[in-house]
Ligand binder design. Structure first.
Ligand code: UDP
Ligand code: MG
Length: 338
């Protein structure tokens, strides 16, 4: 039995007390099937990241970890958000391949089998693409679609639509991601930025197994802004073009005005055109200032160099022997202790 697990299943959880055992019941058979593809003598670890839950999630995780040698958990000191929780999980995962997955069973665990198959076939990153999002409301679908179109227009590297955080990352890819210490975390963008040999498997996104979504509209909006500002500086450049275009028009108009005044003399009317110019340019100024501010705010956050998350405590590391015991049939374990 190797000391390190083959698969690390990383599960960020925030107030998911009902979801934990439902998730394990559904994930265990799929993970076992995936491990069987890899070979004998391999194991998986389940690494839960408790993202500052206020319900009984933490207590349940402690019990689960005590009873199951393949379950570990980290407890963050407060709610840092899914992106940071996932980063914490990826940092602490020890497997040869790491699979982030949501606890609510919207990422069907069966897909793990196909992912591992693609990994064994040589892929280093295996994306899971939602073939159908009919379980999400129309607004989320429509806004997500629009967002990805915009993002891909702007971004320097393609960020696939309908691919969430659910994917398989091999050790080499994980080690690169661990070096990216960005504060404004947009995992989907980071996962795409790293490159490597990529494969894609398709699945149908189910409705939530239990509990309710933890994303409020405001959070999704800031994730979208993080996504754009973390993946591209195009919006900054667009404003130089717009500014340049308007400046050219203004010069042309000024030249026209000078010529016009010289020929026909001064005339008073022109209130409307002045107001339009003042208001229009004022609005554009504020908008471009806001966009510069978005980037500047992120620069300030990066400069502070705070850690992405704070781990309050974690399950005690399993000694290798105990981990081995967990998968050895009881009678052989007794005999070897004997
Ligand atoms: N989550 C988290 N921290 C948060 C919000 C969510 O760790 O602040 C976890 C949550 O417990 C779940 C996953 O992230 O395992 C996805 O959350 P959710 O299902 O609410 O998002 P959605 O599927 O609606 O995008
Ligand atoms: Mg969900």
């Amino acid at each position: 039995m190797r000391a390190t697990p083959t698969l690390s299943i990383v599960i960020p959880v925030y107030n998911e007390q009902e979801g934990l055992s439902l998730f394990l019941d559904a994930a265990r058979p799929a993970v076992a099937q995936a491990l069987a593809l890899v070979g004998p003598d391999v194991r998986a670890e389940y690494l839960f990241v408790d993202d500052g839950s206020s319900d009984r999630t933490g207590d349940i995780l402690a019990i689960l970890a005590r009873l199951n040698p393949d379950i570990r958990y980290l407890t963050l000191s407060r709610n840092f958000g899914k992106e940071a929780a996932l980063a914490a999980g990826i940092d602490h995962a020890t497997g040869d391949a790491v699979i982030p997955i949501d606890v609510d069973l919207q990422d069907p665990p069966e897909v793990i089998v196909a992912m591992v198959r693609a990994w064994l076939g040589g892929a280093q990153v295996v994306n899971a693409r939602r073939a159908d999002r009919s379980s999400d409301g129309w607004f989320k679908r429509w806004s997500a679609h629009g967002f990805y179109r915009l993002l891909n227009r702007l971004s320097d590297y393609p960020i696939p639509e309908n691919v969430g955080d659910f994917r398989l990352l091999d050790r080499q890819a994980v080690d690169v991601i661990k070096q990216l210490g960005e504060q404004a975390r947009f995992n989907k963008g980071l996962f795409s930025w790293i490159g490597f040999r990529i494969a894609t498997v398709d699945y149908v996104r189910a409705a939530r197994g239990s509990g309710t979504t933890k994303w409020r509209l405001g959070r999704l909006w800031s994730l979208a802004i993080d996504g754009i500002t973390a993946s591209t500086t195009m919006p900054l450049r667009i404003w130089s073009y717009i500014g340049g275009g308007i400046a050219l028009l203004a010069f042309a108009y000024a030249a026209f005005l000078v010529a016009h005044t010289m020929i026909t003399g001064i005339d008073v009317p022109g209130y409307a055109s002045i107001m339009i110019a003042v208001l229009g340019l004022g609005g554009l100024n504020l908008l471009s200032l806001g966009i510069v501010g978005e980037y500047l705010g992120r620069v300030a956050r990066e400069v502070r160099q705070r850690p992405l998350y704070v781990v309050a405590h974690q399950s005690s590391p399993q000694p290798a022997a105990a981990a081995a015991l967990a998968v050895t049939p009881l009678h052989t374990a007794r005999a070897s202790q004997g």
